[in-house]
Structure formats: structure tokens, C-alpha cells
Ligand binder design. Structure first.
Ligand code: NAD
Ligand code: ZN
Length: 246
């Protein structure tokens, strides 16, 4: 076993309250691009689409792009080995809580149960007027902009847009999980999106060790990471699961 994987396995075995914090990088191998970077969504689409005021003023324009990005793309993506490995680590009691910045539902699809969705989820739509939530079926999405069948209000995906606050319960649950952590696996996140990026910092400040898994160094690597595992999330997490089995 590689030395770095052996160390990770040791840290996980020694932990009592390990958590995981994931970002867009963990879903790249499921075919979902990140927002930024050369192949990111923002190289093809205008981020204004996800600005709450722009959305309210231009619902049809926004919805056309939102449908393409979040429903045509996400609909066909499946969890990859990394999501599956984290679900297995939870199932075997090694991970107590998972906090994700992703909105793609792939952790739940892989079988993770204790998931906090810090930015909400694309798997529900919420009415801006009566706050009713519905599932985004194909029929619903064929009639843009999507309207509420109860009150006629505008429906938006139930994840946060630029200019909106973090869902309160998700925020509180994440902070609590960070404080409780004695080990945090930070996977596929650049640490550039505030306030989500504070979660590993809080965990570190309150005594957690940090294992970081990423294809490249990030904001965290020099500042708080105790063990950096360089590589694709799927490959590294699979090695960790194998290491725990050995
Ligand atoms: P980010 O785009 O800022 O950073 C992605 C990180 O993943 C980078 O550090 C990159 O080096 C790393 N990475 C890329 N491929 C990887 C791989 N195969 N294995 C491991 N690491 C890999 O993402 P972020 O920090 O999550 O912030 C972006 C924001 O955009 C988040 O708020 C997130 O909600 C949202 N977003 C979500 C999705 C999704 O739900 N899948 C997709 C795009 C953006
Ligand atoms: Zn309504």
C-alpha cells in the first residue's frame, strides 16, 4: 500500500467522528463539469442566469439555460466510484456526516444517508410565492418558465442562486458537524466559494485533522491540510476503502 494511503487509513481508523466535505470535483468523473476552469460551465454560459434578481426579471431566458445545464446534463449522470466509496465509508461507520456543496443528488444516489446539502438541491423546485416544493418532472420542465400549479408563482430550482442566503438548517447542521469532526475528508473542492469554504477551516480550528483529496493543490493545501492525496477522487477513495479492508 502507498505510504500516503496507509496514513489516511490510519487516520480514519483512529477517528471517532470523521466527516466528509465535497465539491464539484467529486462529480467531474460522473460527467458533470465544474463551474470554473477551461471546460467549466461558465466558459459556455453566462453566470447571470443564476443571479436571483436576473432570474426574476428574465424567467424564460434563465430557465432555458437552467434546464440545459441542470436538467438535461444532470439527469443522465450517475454516481461514480468516489460517491460510492463515501457511501460505503458511512455505511461501515467510518464517516458520520457528509456535507456537500453539490446540488446534483449523486451522494444520495450512491447510498449516502447523512447528507447536508449546503447549497440546496436541483432535485426539487420551489415556488417563489407560496414556497411549495415539487419534483422537476419532464412534463413540468417542458413548459418554461416553470409555474406553480397551486398559485401560479414562478418556480425556481431549490438550490441557492447568486444573491441568496445559505439554507438556514443546512448552515447550522454543517457548522455543528464541522465542530464535532476529529477528521475531515475534503474532496474535490477549490475552497473558493464563501461561506462553504469556511467549513474545513472551522473543523481544523476545533481540532480536526484534514485529509485533502484533489487533482491539484488548493487554498486549503498549505493552510490547513495535514495529508494531501493527489489524484482523482474515485481512484484515491477506492484505494482508501481497499486499505481499510486490508
Ligand atoms: P470548484 O469548481 O471551485 O473546484 C473543483 C475542484 O475539484 C478543483 O479544486 C479541482 O482541482 C478539483 N477536481 C477536479 N476534478 C477532480 C477529480 N476528478 N477528483 C478530485 N478533484 C477534482 O468547485 P467547488 O469548490 O465545489 O465550488 C463550486 C460551486 O459550484 C459549489 O458551490 C458547487 O455547489 C457548485 N457546482 C456544483 C456542481 C455539482 O453539483 N456537481 C457542479 C458545478 C458547480
Ligand atoms: Zn406557489
Amino acid at each position: 500500500m502507498e505510504e500516503s494511503i496507509r496514513k489516511a487509513v490510519e487516520l480514519i481508523r483512529a477517528s471517532k467522528h470523521a466527516t466528509a466535505f465535497t465539491g464539484a470535483g467529486i462529480s467531474v468523473e460522473s460527467g458533470i463539469p465544474t463551474f470554473r476552469g477551461d471546460n467549466g460551465f461558465w466558459s459556455r454560459y453566462d453566470p447571470m442566469t443564476l443571479d436571483i434578481d436576473y432570474f426574476k426579471a428574465n424567467p424564460l431566458k434563465s430557465w432555458k439555460v437552467i434546464k440545459e445545464i441542470f436538467y438535461d446534463y444532470f439527469e443522465y449522470s450517475k454516481p461514480n466510484e468516489a460517491h460510492i466509496a463515501l457511501a460505503e465509508l458511512e455505511d461501515r461507520g467510518f464517516i458520520k456526516q457528509l456535507i456537500t456543496q453539490n446540488i446534483d443528488n449523486l451522494h444520495q444516489a450512491a447510498g449516502s444517508k447523512k447528507v447536508v446539502e449546503f447549497h440546496g438541491s436541483s432535485h426539487k423546485l420551489v415556488c417563489l410565492d407560496c414556497h411549495k416544493r415539487i419534483k422537476p418532472s419532464e412534463t413540468v420542465l417542458n413548459n418554461l418558465p416553470v409555474k406553480c400549479d397551486s398559485c401560479g408563482g414562478l418556480l425556481k430550482p431549490d438550490f441557492i442562486f447568486f444573491g441568496e442566503d445559505i439554507p438556514r438548517q443546512a448552515f447550522l447542521d454543517s457548522m455543528e458537524a464541522a465542530r464535532k469532526s476529529d477528521l475531515m475528508l475534503v474532496v474535490g473542492t477549490s475552497g473558493e466559494v464563501v461561506p462553504a469554504s469556511q467549513i474545513p477551516l472551522l473543523a481544523k480550528q476545533t481540532g480536526a485533522k484534514i485529509i485533502e483529496i484533489n487533482v491539484q493543490h488548493t487554498q486549503y493545501t498549505e493552510e490547513i491540510t495535514d495529508l494531501f492525496l493527489e489524484g482523482k477522487a474515485s481512484e484515491i477513495l477506492k484505494k482508501i476503502v481497499d486499505g481499510l479492508n486490508a
